[in-house]
Write a protein that binds this ligand. Structure first.
Ligand code: PRP
Ligand code: HPA
Ligand code: MG
Length: 169
């Protein structure tokens, strides 16, 4: 199967480690001082697995030491199924979500955030990237891409040889 066969989306947006680091830092700076308690956030919660690297960078930038995870699975490869919670964060920490910063790598259809929002309605939802359909579900994001773009994250990619533009003999 060629790479093209595996990619039904028209456009690919390939993100390097450097780029996700810069964009996650930009997200952290935007969120700084925006918490409900004198601007402070009580905790960072990563939506695993994609939210873990951005959440680590945000918690480092904002010096937040309390970090938890919620595991939501909604995609099998590039096909979306029903979103389900596989692991919830600490209930006592979370409450109704007030003062909690919930981080994911991106919002696409918005299904994942819709599910998590229903659980923690007062939390603040932040993603690094957003597609138009999911935008209403996210409070803060850095970069928007079109709905027909598939975002490739660095943890899903590897450096590899490509043929020269003019080909070889
Ligand atoms: O807005 P949505 O349409 O719900 O899509 C966005 C979600 O999909 C991806 O996660 P996925 O469920 O593939 O799991 P992963 O983070 O473990 O890769 C991505 O990391 C977001 O969490
Ligand atoms: O564009 C995407 N890229 C990676 N994972 C995703 N999960 C939903 N949409 C995407
Ligand atoms: Mg995810």
């Amino acid at each position: 199967m060629s790479a093209k066969d595996r990619l039904p989306h028209e456009k690919g947006f390939h993100i390097s480690w450097d780029q996700i680091h810069r964009d996650s830092r930009a997200l952290a700076w935007r969120l700084d001082g925006q918490g409900p308690d004198d601007g402070a956030w009580r905790a960072v919660v990563a939506i695993t697995r994609g939210g873990m690297a951005p959440a680590m960078i945000v918690s480092r930038e904002l010096d937040i030491r309390t970090v938890d995870t919620i595991s939501v699975r909604s995609y099998h490869h590039q096909a979306q199924g029903e979103a389900e919670v596989l692991k919830a964060p600490d209930a006592e920490l979370m409450g109704d979500g007030e003062g909690i910063l919930i981080i994911d790598d991106l919002v696409d259809s918005g299904k994942t955030l819709e599910l998590v929002r229903a659980m923690y309605p007062k939390a603040h939802f932040a993603t690094v990237y957003a597609k138009p359909k999911g935008r209403p579900m996210v409070d803060t994001f850095i970069t928007e891409v079109s709905q027909d773009t598939w975002i490739f994250f660095p943890w899903d990619m590897a450096l590899q040889y490509v043929e020269p533009y003019r080909g070889t003999d």
